[in-house]
Design a protein around this ligand. Structure first.
Ligand code: SF4
Length: 197
């Protein structure tokens, strides 16, 4: 696993739990508002943090933290994700995934190992989606990921970053329709979850 960063304590990244966040390197999207370019653009990657160091940190925080979040970048691009989830679970932590939902094939394999999943829904389906995420996108893949998560029985939420130069209020209505009655979190570009439309 290529780890580009670690947030040692967060009270906001895992609903209801204290957690640490592991940031993986690499993402297949190029969102215009991305706050983590050092996890997205290979030329900006730093030397990955060895998992051994992460393991020691996690062992030392047992009983002090409730959960661990795999975020990114896009964690489902990591070939050994399941192996690392199992290791984190064996230390007694609840495990959450943050994903852009672009790869339902891998998502379907890793979902059963998570306790909580948060998927970004970048825009309504169609050209808007590619415009926001900066790459051509397979609508079907995004729809399938939403379906898989909703049917998984795992605690989950969907999130949209509201950039006023990219989305309109009507787009949020369409996104909500896409995800049905699932928990929805609207964030502004600065990371606040309290956006007033
Ligand atoms: S999916 Fe997330 S990490 Fe990837 S480019 Fe978009 S905002 Fe950045």
């Amino acid at each position: 696993m290529k780890i580009g960063g670690l947030r040692k304590l967060s009270l906001i990244d895992y609903p209801g739990k204290t957690c640490a966040v592991i940031f993986t390197q690499g993402c297949n999207f190029r969102c215009q508002y991305c706050h983590n370019p050092e996890l997205v653009y290979p030329e900006r990657f730093s030397e990955p943090i060895p998992f051994e160091r992460m393991r020691e940190f996690l062992k030392g925080k047992r009983g002090l933290l409730d959960g661990i979040v795999f975020s990114g970048g896009e964690p489902t691009m990591q070939e050994d994700l399941i192996e690392k989830i199992l290791e984190v679970r064996s230390l007694g932590y609840a495990v959450k995934l943050d994903t852009n939902g672009s790869n339902p094939k891998i998502l379907s394999k890793v979902l059963p190992y998570f306790d909580y999943v948060a998927m970004d829904v970048k825009a309504p389906m169609g050209n808007d989606y590619a415009n926001v995420c900066g790459v051509p996108i397979d609508d079907y893949a995004i729809r399938l990921s939403i379906i898989l998560i909703k049917a998984s029985g795992i605690q989950h939420e969907f999130r949209t970053t509201f950039a006023r130069n990219l989305l309109e209020n009507a787009d949020i209505v369409k996104i909500k329709s896409l995800i049905g009655g699932s928990k929805f979190n609207l964030q502004d570009c600065l990371g606040s979850s309290n956006v007033h439309l």
